[in-house]
Ligand binder design. Structure first.
Ligand SMILES: Cc1cc2nc3c(=O)[nH]c(=O)nc-3n(C[C@H](O)[C@H](O)[C@H](O)COP(=O)(O)O)c2cc1C
Length: 186
């Protein structure tokens, strides 16, 4: 019990990664274990897409293009930091949720997706591997669906999940304590 508490409390989102590959067999093993997330009615809504080199390049170009549309042309140092951010991570997993016409199932399935990704983050963190769950408008873009060949009528992309060796482990962002959020009911 002590160990899991330590892993949960010490895990931080990794924003900068070393340009270093992790063992893919280990990653796949963690992905397999992550599927043990609680899942009401066992709908199994999570789909993992492990990006190969070609997809990584297309995603990178797409992210640069999106950024430039928003903030104008990137200068050299911005290009460099973009590369570090998106080329350095060992792996990129695009994570989608299978859509369901019932809004209650949809919500419960997203909960399962979140539990699954957190399982994965914790399993990797235990071995010193960092992750970043990234969202924003970009994951809803039709371009990203085209790149990944994910049919937006059937699945919604919910994460670009970056995996790799952390360059920097950020300090813990301030969070409230339990007494702020706990109400005892009679
Ligand atoms: C659903 C979800 C979406 C997130 N999207 C982003 C994102 O787009 N960009 C980002 O930098 N971090 C993103 N994060 C990470 C959070 O910003 C991060 O968890 C938060 O700052 C707390 O830091 P910690 O994970 O180190 O405790 C996301 C996390 C979740 C759960």
């Amino acid at each position: 019990m002590g160990n899991i508490k330590k892993i949960i409390s010490s895990r931080r989102t990794t924003h900068t990664f070393l340009n270093k590959k992790i063992d893919e067999a280990f990653l796949l093993d963690c992905m397999e274990a992550s599927l043990n997330a609680p899942n009401h009615k066992l709908t199994q809504p999570v789909r993992y897409y492990l990006a190969g080199e070609q997809t990584r390049e297309m995603v990178f170009d797409f992210l640069v293009e999106t950024k430039q549309k928003k903030s104008g042309p990137l200068n050299e140092s911005q290009k460099e930091s973009f590369k570090n951010k998106f080329i350095n991570p060992s792996h990129l997993i695009i994570v989608s949720q299978v859509l369901n016409s019932d809004p209650i199932v949809l919500k419960e399935d997203y909960a399962t997706l979140a539990c699954t990704l957190h399982n994965l983050a914790l399993l990797l963190w235990e071995e010193g591997i960092g992750t970043k769950w990234s969202t924003g408008n970009k994951i809803k873009s039709s371009k990203l669906h085209d790149i990944t060949n994910i049919d937006a009528r059937k699945e919604s992309i919910e994460a670009l999940f970056w995996v790799g060796v952390p360059k920097i482990i950020p300090s813990a962002p301030p969070r409230g304590s339990l007494d702020q959020f706990l109400k005892r009911l009679k």
